[in-house]
Design a protein around this ligand. Structure first.
Ligand code: NAD
Length: 253
């Protein structure tokens, strides 16, 4: 088990990619803090992890609530005395071009996709510095490196996640802390439901993905979990400030 005795916080771990990442970390021996706004989903993740013999606890909070985030992370640090891994994953997509996107939609995107990552990293960093090691993984997206039609809030925030990750990596490498960004492409999770509805249903999105993605299909969450495990474990021990794009080839064409 390559994460034995480590403590990991995964935001947005109540569903989709976050859940798959939390589960693979637990499988590899980490105690996982399932941080999610949705208690029922967080609990489902914990039940799954425990049923598989892993160790997990819930942290039910809105990660954009600074006070709740600070209280939650402080309590975890006090209880476990260490935080080895922070995977900032919770994020949202607010559609629209410059004139269409609601101003508060832009602000909310920034608060969740960028600012909450910044705050959580800021809160764990003193502990990681003291330990002389730690790993931060920030979820960006293929939209963090691509133009994405009429998605100005999403692409702007996901590009910012990459810049922020590189800054963290450069500034904290001397303390033994690594920071990398994950850029998934099309992954079959509830996250895409609004876009599927906008496209006109499942058949339409399948055709779109078959056309857009060289591998011709969605990723299953398990295909993102493995890269997550690589990035949060010592398997990537000489890698920091980088982005790992897992998109079925979408960005090469
Ligand atoms: N699924 C994809 O195709 C895809 C592709 C690229 C990037 N991403 C990124 O992955 C992340 C989410 O994707 P997913 O597919 O796992 O989604 P998902 O919808 O399956 O899960 C998101 C989880 O985040 C939680 N969450 C939402 N807002 C929160 C908040 N304010 N505080 C705490 N928890 C909150 C939700 O309750 C949910 O459990 C986002 O950052 C998204 O940009 C997804």
């Amino acid at each position: 088990m390559i994460l034995k005795n480590r403590v990991a916080i995964v935001t947005g771990a109540g569903s989709g990619i976050g859940r798959a990442g939390a589960s693979i970390m637990a499988r590899e021996g980490a105690h996982v803090v399932v941080a999610d706004i949705d208690f029922i989903h967080a609990d489902e993740t914990i039940q799954q992890i425990c049923a598989a013999g892993g160790s997990a606890e819930a942290l039910v909070l809105d990660v954009t609530d600074d006070k709740a985030l600070a209280a939650g992370i402080t309590a975890i640090a006090a209880r476990h005395g260490r935080i080895d891994i922070l995977h900032n994953h919770a994020g949202s997509q607010v559609a629209g071009d410059l004139e269409q996107v609601a101003i508060n939609g832009f602000d909310k995107s920034w608060a969740l996709n960028v600012r909450a990552h910044f705050m959580a990293a800021r809160l764990v960093m003193p502990l990681m510095k003291r330990a002389g090691k730690g790993v931060i993984l920030n979820t960006s997206s293929s939209s963090g490196i691509l133009y994405d039609r009429e998605m100005i809030a999403y692409t702007t925030t996901k590009h910012a996640v990459i810049a922020m990750t590189r800054q963290m990596a450069g500034d904290y490498a001397k303390f033994g802390v690594r920071a990398n960004a994950l850029c998934p492409g099309w992954v079959d999770t509830p996250f895409n439901e609004p876009f599927i509805a906008q496209m006109g249903g499942r058949d339409a999105i399948e055709a779109y993905i078959a056309d857009k993605v060289p591998l011709g299909r969605w990723a299953d969450v398990s295909e993102i979990a493995e890269p997550i495990l690589f990035l949060v474990s010592d398997r990537s021990s000489y890698m920091t400030g980088q982005i790992l794009v897992v998109d079925g080839g979408e960005t090469v064409v």
